[in-house]
Design a binder for this molecule. Sequence first.
Ligand code: DX5
Ligand code: ZN
Length: 232
Amino acid sequence: MSFSRSIKIAPSILAADFANFGAECRAIEDQGADWVHVDVMDGHFVPNITFGPATCAAIRPHIRGVMDVHLMIAPVDPYVEGFAKAGADIITAHMEAGPHIHRTLQAIRVTGAKAGLALNPGTGLDGVENLLDLLDLVCVMTVNPGFGGQAFIDMSDKVHRLRALIGDRPIHIEIDGGITPDTAPIMARAGADVLVAGSAVFKGGSAAEPAAYGANIRNIRAAAEAALGVVV
Ligand code: DX5
Ligand code: ZN
């Protein structure tokens, strides 16, 4: 995984057909997805339950590129090794999930996976400065985690400040929640490079009829790149 700040689209399979994950992962990658974003929820840290390491291991062979695992669970530490063994390239834990986020990030790095830190909309950047040496990614939530299809909460000021804090370090800024061709430019301009999108990618298509996935991914990417003045 080489580092680049170019715009990456990471469809969230939370909006995919849960009975067909393998085909859905292949379809979004064939249609231009850069990463596959996998939302793990425990019904405790967030009010919704999705799936765990066994499902991640089952879908791993269907993903050619980056498997980006977003853990919305508490506690995190007992499960880090399981998700790493399942083949996660990036494991992201929430700042709010426990008292020892530094230990959690260390535990992720020990497995060889990249370490991500997610921040809820109500969480500031206060602790982030002390974690920079342990981070490969910061995920700024633009919804309160737990469900797909929620309204976008503008966190561009936070992303702007985070971008300045990161400086030249090879740390991705990921945005998660409510991303569409209308909201992607706001976050790209603020400094985000990884755009997670569930509903806006999967709408109108299916694994059998995936052309809509491709059009949706291209529209989000084009809107974000236009905001950055990227010539395509
Ligand atoms: C929210 C999840 C998001 C969500 C994004 O808890 O972390 O990844 O699935 O879905 P949309 O794009 O529908 O807001
Ligand atoms: Zn997510």
